[in-house]
Design a protein around this ligand. Structure first.
Ligand code: FPP
Length: 224
């Protein structure tokens, strides 16, 4: 969800103004998923690198996440959305982690849309944390190292219950992965759009999905 800062700057407003507008877009895009046939949606809200921003921006974002969870919890539950969070929770403040845990529990019975929110998430960090847990299981005698393959490692990732993404969309004209779902997106399609996240409407989302549906995916095989 890139481009909130530039969107705000273009309007002479502080960066947090852009993040607030970005939050409203999350709602619109989540709402559009059922009609567009999207069953799994993962949004990148805060990366392991985002701590390098000013203390004020980081604090503002954390407050926004807490408010978002409190404000949207009931609507998410009532609309069949199952919410999950990925990323390392250790560095997050306990109050935010408690709200995340509660929202996951509150929506655990839902299955219409699986919304995953990445907070303090980094693909490399995720693989490193997975490897550490895997190594601990080997050390404890719970896992035979000779049996470790890609599927084994995938089971230790934060996303272990989720399918790999079919399509990754990056907004704001940057053509980088920036540490997002590195392992999981090995065969994903990519779409880079110039639109800044606060301007990303459901019409733009629908158009991207329409284009995606016309692509041929081979997963390394030959067709035709
Ligand atoms: C990147 O834009 C955006 C973020 C680091 C924050 C994303 C957060 C939200 C959209 C708010 C709420 C979302 C949820 C799901 C609770 P940027 O700041 O890097 O923009 P720039 O590249 O223009 O500076």
């Amino acid at each position: 969800m890139d481009g909130n800062g530039r969107w705000a700057q273009a309007r002479g407003k502080p960066r947090l103004f852009g993040h607030q507008a970005g939050g409203r877009r999350v709602r619109e895009i989540v709402e559009s998923c059922p009609e567009l046939g999207v069953k799994y949606l993962t949004v990148f809200a805060f990366s392991t690198e985002n701590w390098k921003r000013t203390q004020a921006e980081v604090a503002g974002l954390m407050t926004l996440f807490k408010r978002y969870i409190v404000k949207e919890a009931t609507a998410l539950r009532d609309h069949g959305v199952r919410v999950r969070f990925i990323g390392d929770r250790v560095r997050l403040e306990p109050k935010l982690v408690a709200l995340m845990d509660n929202l996951e529990a509150l929506t655990a019975g839902n299955d219409d849309l699986h919304l995953t929110i990445a907070i303090n998430y980094g693909g490399r960090d995720e693989v490193a944390r997975a490897t550490r847990r895997l190594a601990l299981d080997v050390k404890a005698g719970r896992l035979d190292p000779e049996t470790v393959d890609a599927e084994t490692l995938a089971r230790y990732l934060d996303t272990f219950v989720l399918p790999d993404p079919d399509l990754v969309i990056r907004t704001s004209g940057e053509a980088r992965i920036s540490n997002f779902l590195l392992w999981q997106s090995a065969y994903s399609e990519y779409e880079f759009v110039d639109t800044l996240w606060p301007d990303f409407t459901k019409e733009i989302f629908a158009e991207i999905l329409e284009n995606y549906s016309k692509r041929e995916r081979r997963f390394g095989a030959v067709t035709g």
